[in-house]
Design a protein around this ligand. Sequence first.
Ligand SMILES: NC(=O)c1ccc[n+]([C@@H]2O[C@H](COP(=O)([O-])OP(=O)(O)OC[C@H]3O[C@@H](n4cnc5c(N)ncnc54)[C@H](OP(=O)(O)O)[C@@H]3O)[C@@H](O)[C@H]2O)c1
Length: 260
Amino acid sequence: MDLGIEGERALLLGGTQGLTYSAAKFLHEAGVAVALNGRNAESGAAAVKALGAGAAFVQGDVADPTQAPFIHERAEKALGGPVSILVTNAGGPPPGQFLEHDEAAWLRALETNMLSALRMAKLVLPGMMARRWGRIVNVTSFSVREPYPNLVLSNGARGGLTGAMSTIAREVAAFGVTVNSVLPGLMDTGALKRVYNQQSLRQNISVEEARRRMAESVPTKRLGEADDFGPAVAFLCSRHAGYITAQNLTVDGGLVRAVM
Ligand SMILES: NC(=O)c1ccc[n+]([C@@H]2O[C@H](COP(=O)([O-])OP(=O)(O)OC[C@H]3O[C@@H](n4cnc5c(N)ncnc54)[C@H](OP(=O)(O)O)[C@@H]3O)[C@@H](O)[C@H]2O)c1
């Protein structure tokens, strides 16, 4: 399917690896110029090299509020014009139970997984609304639908982001701008690898066994791959998805057992 977005300009926060890199790959394939953000220069260079012409790396930490305007400015310079597609993402907060986290941990989680996305949305939305076309897609988590044990920071911050984005979606809908989120399940990329590596140590089992047990918990009996996820993001950015807004699309192989 032709996504109908050739020539658009996308900024993908946390886009040099994993799920959001896959989204960048499918957008790039559809003729979209992509600016990939991340902190590590080496992985940034490798990601843009793999995509080739039409891809640029914009270094910066989205958890640092002072860096947002520079990430935005450098992305627009690299893209040759204003951002018309924003994909928000960052690494997830550390695991742990409520009583183990101090206030500083909460503030870091909110900065990284909630405020970073809202901050960048505020920078790109006025232009999108003036041009009467734009797409925002947030990478969140299946835990928005079914809070995951031992991940109180992630469950809290992502729930907050989801509520705010759902409100923003209605505020900008009449301007041709859509705002949606895509919720990964158990996907075999960086964030999950860290979890099953940790489980293998804690449970004194091999990494392969920890990974196998996790895959067994998914109805498809396999973990998701990055490329199970990227196309869903790309579709929500397409011309064809103009009437889809304020939605949370779970890409999880049936993991979440909710009816809706
Ligand atoms: N994989 C899963 O099963 C799963 C399930 C539920 C939710 N999630 C969530 O989905 C998101 C993506 O997961 P993933 O597995 O694709 O992660 P990943 O493979 O570790 O990739 C994360 C990407 O974000 C960048 N990044 C991380 N923190 C950043 C920051 N503060 N500022 C700018 N860039 C940052 C990383 O680059 P640098 O390190 O160079 O900055 C990298 O490009 C995470 O929030 C994760 O918690 C994942």
